[in-house]
Design a protein around this ligand. Structure first.
Ligand code: PRP
Ligand code: ADE
Length: 157
């Protein structure tokens, strides 16, 4: 399957539910991607090829609780690198760093273990979709950060 076919398959695999979980929200349901191994492979292929084209050095993949956990480990395997968890507050043991943020509906606090990332490591943060997270980027996204510095880049598939 070529890249265009993969994108088309993914688009057709995301269902929309209006007014879920609250009135006015159009919820984009990615569960059909996970149910179809061809679609899931296509998602990981597209993430991988984007990263290989744009970023020569990646040390770690970090996944956002919870749907980022569905894609991140498979992607990390493709690169032979590790996967670390960014979880909702109160789920990770030991010393953590925490930040609060607003979602399309509601607020959350997320945490990472302080030893999850070493200074200077290049980390890809992966999630299933952005709604309000970063302006101009929607659907399946990859964002890059260098720990303790700034967002470097982002993409939408
Ligand atoms: O762009 P935003 O406004 O931040 O919305 C997108 C975020 O919301 C969803 O996660 P959620 O916190 O609902 O958790 P879930 O993955 O467990 O459903 C989704 O997986 C993203 O992480
Ligand atoms: N519109 C949306 N669809 C699916 N998950 C979401 N999380 C936040 N906004 C969402």
């Amino acid at each position: 399957m070529n890249e265009g076919d993969k994108r088309a398959l993914l688009r057709s695999s995301v269902r929309e539910f209006l007014d879920f979980p609250s009135p006015g929200i159009c919820f984009r349901d990615i569960t059909p991607i996970l149910k179809d191994p061809t679609a899931f492979s296509a998602a990981i292929d597209l993430f991988e090829s984007y990263l290989r084209d744009h970023f020569p050095k990646i040390d770690l993949i970090a996944g956002l609780d919870s749907r980022g956990f569905l894609f991140g480990p498979a992607l990390a395997q493709r690169f032979g690198i590790g996967f670390v968890l960014i979880r909702k507050k109160g789920k990770l043991p030991g010393p953590t760093e925490c930040v609060s943020y607003s979602l399309e509906y509601g607020k959350a606090e997320i945490e990472i273990q302080v030893d999850a990332v070493d200074p200077g490591q290049k980390v890809v943060i992966i999630d299933d979709l952005l709604a309000t997270g970063v302006k101009n980027y929607t659907d399946v996204n990859i964002l890059f950060i260098s720990k303790g510095t700034k967002w470097d880049n982002g993409c939408s598939m």
